[in-house]
Design a protein around this ligand. Structure first.
Ligand code: 5AD
Ligand code: SF4
Length: 427
């Protein structure tokens, strides 16, 4: 979501006549787009801002701003932490950025947007073309997961009207975008009724069907769904809509019903088993990944082992494991953060090892097969080595040229190295 917001900010600034600097040292303005989900992310951003404000010594016109969730979360106190910071803009006010930069002086823009104008100006989106684009379908979140800062930073749920989303995807498709990823805190809660600008009405599945009809779009992904709203018609959509990619990121958070209840997740582990079984029946090769929090307040060894047993039963091929981090203002911050750091670390490692074993086997299934890959760009290793993604959301490295960026090509998978597949183009 932050990536999409950064893209939108760049587009706004370019439209207003600004140019993108090639590196931070040559920039007159640096904007740090931040995350507040865990404390570590905030510590990093504050540290980076401290480092960057030193640039004011050599360039007195240098401007530095903090935007995104940390801006919203810490607000004015950011100026107290570092008085050299020029502006602080929350995620709901990013469309005011040009005005803020051109205003000069200290600016604090947090809280809900006063403007009724949609910040979804998509006509300037194609900053870097690589065939794939994020499309926001809703912003904010009305859930109250006990550990989560997002409802505070991103505000109440607001769904964009269907027609606006469809126009955006049509525009992207006309400009050679082949893959769209629909974004929202809970995409499958999309109802298209509370809108930013008025208009449309639809369920998430209807929206998927509308997008599926758009010619030029070859792949559709979405992130993230919430287990509670994972309906049978969404599972059927995976069977019926060939463009819908066979890869799902389904944040589960814990395998213990006691912990899930305390987290306010509104489902139990049985629901996860049910969704996964139905999904695998509909699409046997589907990739399923997840988010897990270890060391949530009061999480006992037995409760942790329930997460391990859920891992063993579900066999996620990828998982982000997070060590619980109390966030001030959330409900769980009132509970004692009583799992020691080294125990959180151990639990983290146990799950990572588990998922590593499964992902190895999952990767092996693709060796020798020919798969579609959307070429995204240069890989870090080697000059003509490119990377791209399979429909199952595997990253693949292969030799190709810049001309292939943005194309869907056929690649034979020869092997793999930890998390990436290695292949050769076959046409
Ligand atoms: N501590 C640790 N992890 C968290 N997440 C959200 N809030 C916290 C927190 N306070 C994780 C969840 C979520 C992902 C984006 O970040 O797993 O799905
Ligand atoms: Fe946070 Fe829960 Fe909303 Fe996800 S669903 S953004 S974890 S409050």
């Amino acid at each position: 979501m932050n990536e999409r917001d950064s893209e939108m900010m760049l587009a706004q600034l370019q439209r207003a006549g600004h140019t993108i600097a090639t590196n931070e040292k040559s920039a007159d303005v640096v904007i740090l787009n931040t995350c507040s989900v865990r404390e570590q992310a905030e510590i990093k951003a504050i540290g980076k801002a401290g480092y960057l404000t030193r640039m004011k010594r050599t360039n007195p016109n240098f401007i530095i701003g903090i935007v995104g969730c940390m801006a919203e979360n810490l607000g004015e106190s950011i100026f107290q932490r570092n008085s050299a910071i020029d502006f602080v803009v929350g995620p709901q006010r990013l469309h005011e950025l040009v005005e803020v930069i051109e205003n000069g002086g200290k600016n604090l823009r947090i809280g809900e947007s006063k403007s009724t104008k949609s910040d979804q100006d998509f006509s300037y989106r194609l900053k870097k073309f690589n065939g794939t684009a994020f499309v926001s379908i809703m912003e904010g979140c009305n859930m109250r997961c006990s550990y989560c800062i997002v409802p505070k930073t991103r505000g109440k749920e607001r769904c964009r009207p269907v027609d606006e989303i469809v126009s955006e995807v049509e525009f992207l498709a006309k400009n050679c975008v082949k893959e769209v990823t629909l974004l929202g805190q809970i995409v499958n809660k999309y109802i298209g009724m509370e809108t930013v600008t008025g208009g449309g009405k639809a369920t998430f599945v209807q929206l998927l069907e509308r997008i599926h009809e758009i010619s030029g779009v070859e792949r559709i992904r979405y992130m993230s769904p919430h287990p509670r709203y994972f309906s049978d018609d969404l599972i059927s959509a995976h069977r019926n809509l060939p463009k819908l990619c066979p890869a799902i990121h389904l944040p589960v958070q814990s395998g213990s019903n006691r912990v899930l209840k305390s987290m306010g997740r509104t489902y139990g582990r049985e629901k996860i088993f049910e969704i996964v079984e139905k999904l695998r029946t509909a699409v046997p090769e589907i990739g399923i990944s997840t988010d897990i929090i270890v060391g949530y307040p009061g999480e006992t060894e037995e409760e942790f082992l329930e997460t391990v047993s859920l891992f063993d039963a579900v066999r996620f091929n990828m998982a982000f494991i997070f060590k619980y981090s109390p966030r001030a203002g959330t409900r769980s911050a009132e509970l004692a953060d009583d799992v020691p750091e080294d125990e959180k670390e151990r639990r983290n490692k146990v799950l990572l090892e588990r998922v590593g074993e499964v992902s190895l086997l999952y990767n092996q299934r693709f060796v020798g097969k020919i798969t579609d890959v959307l070429v995204e760009g240069h890989a870090k290793r080697g000059k003509n080595i490119m990377f791209g993604w399979t429909p199952n959301h595997h990253k693949v490295l292969f030799s190709a040229t810049e001309n292939d960026i943005g194309k869907i090509i056929h690649v034979k998978i020869d092997g793999f190295a930890t998390t990436v597949l290695l292949g050769t183009i076959v046409d």
